[in-house]
Design a protein around this ligand. Structure first.
Ligand code: NAP
Length: 256
């Protein structure tokens, strides 16, 4: 059967309600602005969202389309309390980007249980708690996007907790995809390589960073905007038959 292209708004997300965790810095901050520019109403959350000057600037620019709330994704009480407020403000959520993350680079033998717990609680338990609270609000279906990492696929010295948490996040996403398909909620993963943000800019601009850069087929680190296409694809109906998938946005590094 031949179909004609009638919809030139394949990647349209305008009017959708998008929740982005880790909104106050780096990738999350950029994604809030990008989704607002594409017409979403955005809920930006992080532990210190209400104190963030950068988020204040977005609020000034986008007015009622941008809503911020403090949430520590590690703790179910904090997530619940923030979602109580979100539920009062919004009828539903269409898009969730589980982006909040942390890293404590240290060899496993030197990693305390507290450090291990903090990384796993932020990077893995957080997306579980946020997804669990968001699902009942995704009444018209929707898209959950988990921000994993190349660390889920490659081993790096000093990243045991980080890599284990991100690998776990992939199976959380795949399991959620299986459980939520009948509710038209799609769950997918973006796995970035190095993206230049406050988390790593010092490392990437140094000699170790240069060694890494040379291993990447596209021979550069990502800018935050390099994730835009993948986010818009997975958030919009352009990916309406895609769930449980992992999109590598890493300049080809994963294949090396
Ligand atoms: N940058 C990279 O090269 C890279 C590569 C692969 C994957 N990633 C992943 O991409 C995501 C964003 O990274 P980034 O580089 O943009 O990091 P970033 O600049 O350090 O920002 C992290 C964000 O997460 C928030 N956050 C941290 N702990 C939180 C918690 N317990 N509850 C709620 N929010 C919390 C922080 O805000 P508050 O301090 O206000 O809470 C901040 O907004 C992470 O999941 C990271 O693992 C990054």
């Amino acid at each position: 059967m031949i179909t004609t292209v009638s919809n030139n708004n394949l990647f349209d997300v305008s009017g959708k309600v998008a929740l982005v965790t880790g909104a106050s810095s780096g990738i999350g901050l950029h994604l809030c602005g990008m989704l607002l520019d594409y017409g979403c109403r955005v809920i930006g959350v992080s532990r210190r969202a209400s104190q963030s000057a950068a988020l204040g600037t977005l609020s000034d620019r986008y007015g009622d389309d941008f809503f911020t709330i403090d949430m520590d994704v590690r703790f179910s009480e904090s997530v619940k309390s923030a979602f109580d407020t979100i539920e009062n403000e919004f009828n539903c959520i269409d898009i969730v980007v589980n982006n909040a993350g942390t890293v404590t680079p240290r060899r496993a033998v030197d990693t305390s249980q507290k450090d291990w717990g903090s990384v796993v609680d932020t990077n893995l338990t957080g997306p579980f708690l946020v997804s669990r609270s968001a699902i009942p609000l995704m009444t018209s279906g929707g898209s959950i996007i988990q921000i994993a990492s190349i660390g889920a696929f490659k081993a790096f010295i000093g990243l045991s907790a980080y890599s284990a948490s991100k690998a776990g996040l992939i199976m959380l996403a795949r399991t959620l995809a299986l459980e939520l398909g009948s509710q038209s909620i799609r769950v997918n993963i973006i796995s970035p390589g190095y993206v230049i943000t406050p988390m790593n800019s010092e490392f990437l601009s140094g000699p170790q960073g240069e060694k890494v850069r040379k291993q990447i087929p596209l021979e550069r680190f990502a800018e935050v905007s390099d994730l835009d296409g993948a986010i818009l694809f997975l958030a919009s109906s352009a990916s309406k038959y895609v769930t449980g998938a992992c999109l590598h946005v890493d300049g080809g590094w994963e294949i090396v």
